[in-house]
Design a protein around this ligand. Structure first.
Ligand code: TMP
Length: 211
């Protein structure tokens, strides 16, 4: 089973993935957590290229291709083999991030992005995408207050950009509601976790039979 977590920066994806992984493991499942961009040696190298504050000249198309190069690698090297071994994969972002950020945020053509994503993934899509829903301004506030000081090139966007990203996610969800679970991520983390588990039980009965 392949589940992605999506949402604004600062929506708590990393925490919620960890909580869900612990929950599923306690129920006896084999779980792999990973993230995009990254998750492989090549993907981590690409992540460094993408995040580096010095790379102010990076062209939007180069950025899109780099995200998708990292994606092609993680699909082939990590996600497909794990799924073949019946491991549940929880991924911090996947192709919907490209549609939301590059498509709606940076206003690149959606149809072109869809073709590129199909090439990178070979058509692999998550069974479920969990959208952690917080207002963009709240996400920015949380992100800037992060103790790890992990500020990077991709964080350096205006509020209007994050508002377009949020609009984009809402359009993606409206187009394919069965593929998404929307969880209010403004509440305390344990309540959000509870809702994530409930969403799984509703959306993926096959997975939740063993929860
Ligand atoms: P993270 O902070 O969730 O690790 O994500 C890194 C940044 O990369 C975040 O600002 C979203 C962005 N991103 C894209 O713009 N396009 C993509 O395809 C992916 C996977 C991430």
């Amino acid at each position: 089973m392949f589940i992605s977590f999506e949402g604004s920066d600062g929506s708590g994806k990393t925490t919620q993935i960890q909580l869900l992984a612990d929950h599923l493991r306690a129920a006896g499942r084999s779980v792999l957590t990973t993230r995009e961009p990254g998750g492989t040696r090549i993907g981590d190298g690409i992540r460094q290229l993408l995040l580096d504050l010095a790379h102010t000249e990076m062209h939007a198309r180069a950025e899109t291709l780099l995200f998708n190069a990292a994606r092609a690698q993680i699909v082939a090297e990590v996600i497909r083999p794990a799924l073949a071994a019946r491991i549940t994969v929880l991924c911090d972002r996947f192709a919907d991030s490209t549609l939301a950020y590059q498509g709606y945020g940076h206003q690149q053509e959606i149809a072109e992005l869809e073709r590129l994503i199909a090439y990178a993934t070979g058509g692999l899509r998550p069974h479920l995408a969990i959208y952690l829903d917080i207002p963009p301004a709240e996400g920015i506030r949380r992100n800037r207050g992060r103790a790890d000081g992990d500020w990077n090139r991709l964080d350096a966007q205006e509020l209007s950009f994050y508002q377009r990203v949020e609009t984009g996610y809402r359009q993606l969800i409206a187009q394919e509601p069965e593929r998404w679970a929307v969880v209010d991520a403004t509440r305390p983390r344990d309540e959000v976790h509870h809702d994530v588990v409930q969403a799984l039980q509703r959306k993926l009965p096959a997975l939740s039979q063993s929860l």
